[in-house]
Write a protein that binds this ligand. Structure first.
Ligand SMILES: Nc1ncnc2c1ncn2[C@@H]1O[C@H](COP(=O)(O)OP(=O)(O)O)[C@@H](O)[C@H]1O
Ligand SMILES: [Mg+2]
Length: 345
């Protein structure tokens, strides 16, 4: 860090009076008198320059004063040039520092993405084994189990399943962070996807006494999209909607033609939940951001979901939109390109 004080031309060049005294052309006392004279003239409504006051008092003649003023102008110009040079140097230096900081940040981001990718891949293999053996136990391939043992294995399986989902999300996130997320765009039928996704969400909704509804307009079933990723987006938006809605509330997944453009299909997930304050609507899409970041928060999750939802929706050339009102509910929506069923590949 450069801690040199700021140098201004005023600091470098003494004022005319001081310069005249310094050069021995004027005594300190004469300067004082001239300043007094200038003050009086100004007060009397006849403002004069200090140089003129000195001449009027007969302390110096005009040519001497002109020489001193010229000299002062030259010094001032030199000081200005100096200050400019100095400033340019500082700007250059700061720019270089900023560029370096930016490079480091990009490197760190890359490291973070690599780290997340490596760790999640490393976690995936042992988890596959854990799940495999739990499944063998559960199907009683390795021998009969008591009812209690079956229950215990089921709980373990559920946890393993949750872990696996989390790891898949981390892998997807690290791919997106490295710009390596790829889409397989095909003409797909949304209907079975919606059915499948809502069947999974339904038990979660029922557990929380939330009504889950799905509505697909008959004419808009086919879109051009990545099936697995859209499934993921819908699963996640429903998961959030259920998670952030109090018991007794309602969650709706709706697929309808886009009113302004028949070539687009509008997909929306709305809830009657806790809502999001307007000033925080952007922040929820940042990776690892959760509005309740406190250790005592009641909802699980990593804060990665919406960041990935946005990545995926934008990779489809679309945008995710959110409308929300605190304590009234939230609607996330985006559009997809509609397609004809006979184009299906
Ligand atoms: N439907 C919703 N209603 C209210 N808040 C929501 C909703 N969806 C997301 N949020 C807010 O956005 C944050 C980020 O969401 P997300 O990225 O899915 O992370 P997570 O679900 O792991 O907390 C959530 O923690 C929550 O604060
Ligand atoms: Mg979430």
């Amino acid at each position: 860090m450069n801690t040199q004080p700021l140098i201004s031309p005023e600091v470098l060049v003494p004022r005319l009076g001081e310069q005249l005294v310094e050069a021995g052309l004027l005594t300190a006392d004469q300067l004082k008198q001239a300043l007094e004279h200038q003050k009086h003239s100004t007060a009397a409504g006849k403002p004069i320059l200090l140089g003129n006051a000195i001449i009027e008092l007969g302390f110096l003649d005009r040519p001497t004063l002109d020489r001193a003023v010229t000299e002062q102008i030259l010094r001032l110009r030199a000081a200005l040039e100096d200050a400019n040079r100095h400033l340019e140097q500082r700007v250059q230096q700061r720019t270089a520092e900023l560029e370096e900081a930016l490079r480091k940040l990009a490197e760190l981001n890359q490291l973070k993405a690599n780290f997340v990718a490596n760790v999640s891949h490393e976690l995936r293999t042992p988890l596959t084994h854990i799940r495999g053996y739990l499944e063998l136990l559960h199907t009683q391939t390795l021998g009969p189990l008591t009812n209690e043992q079956i229950k215990a294995v089921e709980v373990a399986l559920q946890s393993a399943f949750r872990l696996q989902n989390l790891i898949e999300d981390l892998i997807l996130f690290s791919l997106a962070a490295r710009g390596e997320m790829t889409l397989t765009l095909k003409v797909i039928d949304l209907r079975p996807i919606v059915e499948n996704v809502s069947a999974h969400a339904r038990s979660k909704a029922e557990n929380r006494q939330i009504t889950l509804e799905t509505r697909i307009a008959p004419q808009v079933s086919f879109v051009r999209a990545d099936q697995e990723k859209i499934r993921w987006v819908l699963t996640h938006l429903l998961d959030n909607a259920i998670k952030f809605t109090e018991p007794g509330g309602r969650v709706e997944l709706k697929i309808a033609p886009f009113s302004e453009n028949p070539g687009l299909v509008n997909v929306s997930v709305s809830d009657t939940g806790i809502g999001i304050p307007p000033e925080r609507l952007q922040e929820i899409f940042e990776p690892f951001h959760q509005l309740d970041g406190s250790p005592t928060r009641k909802h699980g999750g990593t804060g990665l979901g919406l960041a990935l939802v946005r990545e995926i929706v934008e990779a489809h050339g679309s945008r995710i939109d959110v409308q929300s009102e605190v304590n009234r509910g939230t609607t996330f929506s985006f559009s997809l390109l509609s397609a004809k069923g006979d184009e299906i590949t």
